[in-house]
Ligand binder design. Structure first.
Ligand SMILES: Nc1nc2c(ncn2[C@@H]2O[C@H](COP(=O)(O)OP(=O)(O)OP(=O)(O)O)[C@@H](O)[C@H]2O)c(=O)[nH]1
Length: 141
């Protein structure tokens, strides 16, 4: 049987509850959008294989629950990730300010992934940019 992929990347989505992590993932893997918010319980994952310069790259994305009560579970996935997306809602300054808290969780020595990826989610109806001061502090992370 032909090999289904050449390389595998494990990526993780973290951020406050309701910022749109699951929606971002569904859009990327299935090109779908669901308007209902069903909170993720613990962790879930989806996969997609893309071809880059003839190399089959399988991307396994872990979607974590933003709710505090699941953090003992979700933190266990940080180390195994090769990259982490920090997701916030551009209409919620609070969710953006919490990004620093998510960064410090991952920054604990035992949690660090091999690399960082940053991302954002936004509600299409309310596009409110994050304040410049917050953007500046994050750009130094
Ligand atoms: N208008 C709009 N709404 C969005 C967008 N992305 C997400 N939403 C809405 O935001 C809500 C929460 O989205 P989820 O993807 O479930 O949020 P989550 O971050 O996975 O939440 P938890 O699983 O609780 O951590 C849903 O009602 C979505 O419909 C967007 O780009 N535009």
């Amino acid at each position: 049987m032909a090999k289904q992929y050449d390389v595998l990347f494990r990526l993780l989505l973290i951020g406050d509850s309701g910022v749109g992590k699951t929606c971002l993932l569904c859009r990327f893997t299935d090109n779908e959008f669901h308007s209902s918010h069903i909170s993720t319980i613990g962790v879930d994952f989806k996969m997609k294989t893309i071809e880059v310069d003839g190399i089959k790259v399988r991307i396994q994305i872990w979607d974590t629950a933003g709710q505090e009560r699941y953090q003992t579970i979700t933190k266990q996935y940080y180390r195994r990730a090769q990259g982490i997306f920090l997701v916030y809602d551009i209409s919620s300054e609070r969710s953006y300010q919490h990004i620093m808290k998510w960064v410090s969780d991952v920054d604990e020595p035992q949690m660090k992934p091999s690399s960082w990826l940053r991302s954002m989610a936004w509600t299409s109806m309310k596009q409110v940019p994050a304040p410049t001061s917050t953007l500046k502090s994050l750009s130094r992370v």
